[in-house]
Design a protein around this ligand. Structure first.
Ligand code: LLP
Length: 427
């Protein structure tokens, strides 16, 4: 469904628009998101899981009001993990009962707002939070639908900072040592809570389905223990997000329908053998929906060849619009998009304009040796965790997000201005 094309003259278009025209109209750097592609991916997830499962888009990957409207229209639900994400979702008209509220340290105020708004579920992350949410719900005269997030002890094969199901980290309640069973016991006793299910999220940028298989096996095992101890069959399980996307040509992601098939088969097989009714499944993909749908458009500035090493190509953004390379050693690709070139390839490193040497956008890439200041280059697959993790480091202004669709472009998050920066500085 990608609508990026390069014609025989080398003109690159996205959503039917020449990228040079986009740069002229909106400036650089800019995130260009392909609305058609976003909707197609959202829909593919939705249809892959059908009516017996729910897809909650993970707003942390990238959230704006337009995104919320697209999701709503395509029949997806939304996972939020802060008051800010909740406010964005509600202000764009996402029905509260289609919102799941996450987080390992939700504030009292956030919990209060989420329950008052009527969110469909709160995912409880600790023993303290079980009590906290129950009390707030009771004080509001409500019974809040909740899931308990457990850590199943799976080592997901991904970067240490984005793996979440091993035991020595901050999320969830360990299955080990009967802790998850104890959490369920406590939640079932509290009037303010309606325990609807168990949640597991094993990490992010994962390609191997075996981690999900082990997680599903262990979650169903817990459901069985709950049935045996309490005589209740919890109606839902959530297997989280984390499905990987292709950042470079080495990555080979699974399609939504393969993932849906694998997950639903595992869960029903496990439930059959435990003689449990199959619960309703939900998943929380973020990156897999939005990641591939956007690229960052930069203008090339200073070019510095270092003899025998490589050529440093500076762009007008950097680690403030894409921290992933510095933070996770993430790999990206890059292409010259404002013209064609027959020049020989040169080994390049695309760097930003920030005051540190780790400010790298693309570590190793080949770009044409005749690259010059003013050329436009694009870094694909920056839809997830780039704008949402953007900063103002060095008081660099955060880029806009421009949506393209059917030959038209429209700003959905505008470029930050110096007035925006100075407005917050009230000293
Ligand atoms: N559900 C939960 C509970 C999560 O914690 C996350 C991501 C997701 C769903 C969505 O995961 P996804 O499908 O997008 O992989 N900043 C890192 C990724 C952090 C992911 C945090 N949690 C990165 O840039 O790679």
């Amino acid at each position: 469904a990608q609508t990026v094309t390069r014609d025989s003259q080398g003109v690159v278009t996205v959503g039917g628009i020449d990228v040079k025209a986009l740069a002229e109209e909106h400036g650089t750097p800019a995130y260009i998101v392909d609305e058609t592609d976003f909707r197609a991916r959202a829909r593919a997830w939705r249809t892959a899981f059908g009516h017996d499962a729910d897809v909650f888009y993970a707003g942390k990957a990238f959230l704006s009001r337009a995104i919320v409207r697209w999701l709503h229209e395509e029949g997806l639900n939304l996972d939020v993990c802060s008051g800010g994400e909740l406010a964005t979702a509600l202000s764009a008209g996402m029905p509260a009962d289609r919102i799941a509220f996450h987080g390992n340290n939700k504030s009292t105020e956030e919990i209060h707002r989420a329950i008052t708004a009527g969110v469909g579920r709160i995912v409880l992350d600790s023993f303290q939070e079980i009590v906290r949410v129950a009390h707030i719900a009771e004080s509001l005269g409500k019974r809040q639908r909740v899931q308990i997030r457990i850590t199943v002890g799976v080592e997901a094969h991904t970067h240490e900072f984005i793996a979440t199901a091993h035991e020595d980290q901050k999320f969830g309640i360990p299955l080990a040592g009967g802790q998850a069973a104890e959490a369920v016991r406590r939640a079932l006793r509290l009037d303010g809570l309606e325990l609807i299910g168990i949640h597991s999220h094993i990490g992010s940028q994962i390609f191997d389905m075996s981690g999900f298989e082990v997680a599903a096996h262990r979650v169903v095992g817990l459901l069985k223990d709950i049935r045996d101890e309490h005589g209740v069959e919890l109606p839902e399980i959530d297997l989280g997000g984390g499905l990987g996307i292709a950042y470079t040509s080495d990555d080979d992601p699974r399609e939504p329908h393969e993932i849906a098939k694998a997950l639903t088969e595992i869960v029903s097989r496990e439930c059959d053998s435990a003689k449990l009714r199959t619960p309703r499944i939900s998943v929380e993909p973020g990156r897999a929906i939005v990641g591939p749908t956007a690229f960052t458009l930069y203008e090339v500035g200073t070019i510095k060849p270092l003899d025998g090493l490589r050529t440093y190509v500076s762009v007008d953004g950097g680690m403030s619009d894409n921290i992933r390379t510095a933070l996770y050693d993430a790999e990206y690709s890059v292409a010259l998009v404002s013209r064609t070139s027959d020049a020989a390839p040169m080994l390049a490193r695309v760097v930003g304009k920030h005051c540190e040497s780790g400010d790298i956008v693309v570590k190793d890439a080949f770009l044409p040796a005749d690259l010059a200041p003013g050329d436009l280059i694009a870094v694909p697959a920056t839809g997830a965790y780039c704008r949402s993790m953007a900063s103002n480091y060095n008081h660099v202004l955060r880029p806009p997000v421009v949506a393209v669709n059917d030959g038209a472009s429209r700003v959905i998050v505008r470029r930050e201005t110096e007035e925006d920066l100075l407005r917050l500085d009230v000293g």
